[in-house]
Design a protein around this ligand. Sequence first.
Ligand code: DGP
Length: 113
Amino acid sequence: MPGCLFCAIAAGDVPSDRVLETDTVVAFRDVNPQAPVHVLVVPRRHVDHLHALPADDPLTGDLVAATQRVAEQEGIAATGYRVVANVGPNAGMSVPHLHLHVLGRRPMGWPPG
Ligand code: DGP
């Protein structure tokens, strides 16, 4: 989608610190990390947010698989990690392209802010 930051990152037109790429998904480090591991898992195809992704779309499974691979690669699968998908303004979504935050390597509080 023209003007979309994460479409541009997925296409390689904007640089990022990539940790994983597949045919359908890219994962890169968040520019403003909130934990020692903070990776964004992003579909190459533009989807506005999680609520706009049909549950039976194969991309749903691709995003889950990529998230699991990132956690394994980053060494946080055994100790635990958090996955966050902000959807819309009340959640504080700032980049309107579906992304999963994968956060780890520190204990986290609950409830989130
Ligand atoms: P959200 O608030 O859920 O929409 O999260 C957007 C995240 O994207 C936020 O944690 C900061 C990150 N971010 C914004 N711009 C860039 C960028 O240009 N590069 C990278 N790597 N991350 C970005």
